[in-house]
Design a protein around this ligand. Structure first.
Ligand code: ADP
Ligand code: MG
Length: 394
């Protein structure tokens, strides 16, 4: 997003807030969506992920109230939803479900004894909903910032991310990993974050200063089977750990199994479980290697590892689908594309490609056409740099 478009969106949320509540906001916060460059389905195996925040974000404008009421309004849906801090319940009505992310954060902060007070709050976002770019994490992290800003409370950003994860797990009821909230809260401009999802140690790794763009392509395929398949993959990873513990008693998760150990003992695993474990173990290796490559400026190598990640997700983890495969194939046919892979949980959603700047136009022109011919679907292309993490703007 250019600077102009960005200030236009800030102006929009501020002026709509003014119309709704009769005064200008005194608080303005933003939290970005994210894209994972490599390290897929590793987070619930205590492994490594390498996401970047994107130039799509949720903005929240707010002002203080003198009571315990939270008056919220989703500008994208023209939909109000109100609740009291004295009794925070999930919204039952479908039209107000979006407010559950805000209710969830208020409820979790309250359970942590963080002081809260009543606020008016308007939400405006441009992270596509349900495309796997984590608009939900952006909602949670932005809401957390808005609430703490209203009482001038400071919370360490890692703690913020953990509270947002708890909010989605305990209040919204989705068993999410830590990656999405972590990168939304801690992202840095022009950097991707290597995150150790066990220790939560992280390292900001610079993206190439010039010459390379992150290109996200949305299949626009509705994700169907995700939940049941996701739970099945988690269970298969746990099965692998249980069996491998017989010969590797110190392991706690697949993260602890080296490639050498896997080559030695992998034959103990039933075939499907072996394939799932092979994806996770090789993906951790690829993720660490890709970060080293990026630090040395070996973009070509980084791209090859992205491609290998896709192959592993398709063949061993079996979470790709024909639409994602077509989109990846179309992207790779464009000169100047270093690498392309599915990103997110799979079965639909988006691909991420690393593209030489001079090839971005031809990517934009060619890839949707090839994809349309192959699948009949319209791909949506988003070009982004690595954006800064959540912050208070006012
Ligand atoms: P994803 O995180 O992949 O985008 P989710 O299903 O986890 O998909 O979260 C999407 C939900 O987040 C939406 O259905 C809506 O409830 C909420 N949401 C996201 N952006 C906004 C927004 N700008 N305004 C209101 N609610 C939003
Ligand atoms: Mg989500």
């Amino acid at each position: 997003m250019s600077g102009n478009q960005k200030s236009a969106r800030i102006q929009e949320v501020e002026s709509r807030f003014n119309e709704l509540f009769g005064h200008p906001p005194t608080i303005l916060v933003r939290a970005p969506g994210r894209v994972n460059l490599i390290g897929e389905h590793t987070d619930y195996n205590d492994g490594f992920v390498f996401p970047a925040a994107i130039e799509r974000e949720v903005l929240m404008a707010a002002s203080l109230r003198s009571d315990d009421e939270i008056r919220t309004y989703a500008l994208n849906f023209n939909q109000p939803s109100n609740f009291s801090l004295k009794d925070i319940q999930p919204a039952q009505e479908g039209r107000e479900r979006w407010s559950n992310y805000i209710r969830a954060m208020a409820s979790i902060l309250q359970s942590e004894q963080v002081p809260l007070r009543g606020i008016n709050l308007a939400v405006l976002g441009d992270v596509p909903l349900g495309s796997g770019l984590s608009s939900s994490a952006a909602m949670l992290v932005a809401a957390g910032l808005a609430f703490t800003a209203s009482t001038e409370t400071t919370i360490d950003p890692v703690k913020r991310a953990l509270l947002a994860q708890r909010a989605e797990r305990e209040f919204v009821g989705v068993n999410v990993g830590i990656m999405d909230m972590f990168i939304s809260a801690l992202g840095q401009a022009n950097h991707a974050l290597l995150i150790d999802t066990r220790s939560l140690e992280f390292e900001a790794v610079p993206m190439p200063a010039t010459g390379v763009s992150i290109v996200i392509a949305d299949t626009n395929k509705k994700r169907g089977l995700v939940d049941s398949e996701y739970n099945q993959r988690r269970a298969q990873c746990e099965d692998a750990v249980t069996i491998l513990k017989n010969v590797l008693p110190d392991i706690r998760a697949l993260r602890d199994v080296s490639l050498e150990d896997f080559e030695r003992f992998g034959s103990l695993l039933p075939e499907i479980v072996r394939k799932r474990a092979r994806h996770v173990i090789t993906e951790d290796v690829r993720t660490l290697e890709s970060v080293e490559a990026l630090k040395r400026g070996y973009i070509t190598r980084f791209g090859i590892l992205m491609n290998e990640s896709h192959e592993s997700l398709r063949n061993d983890y079996e979470v790709s689908c024909s639409e994602l495969d077509s989109l990846v194939e179309a992207a790779r046919s464009v000169d100047g594309v270093y690498g392309s892979r599915m990103t997110g949980a799979g079965f639909g959603g988006c691909t991420v490609s690393l593209v030489a700047d001079e090839a971005v136009e031809s990517f934009r022109e060619t890839v949707p056409n090839l994809f349309k011919t192959a699948t009949g679907l319209n791909a949506k292309i988003t070009i982004t740099t690595a954006a800064p993490g959540a912050e208070r703007l006012l």
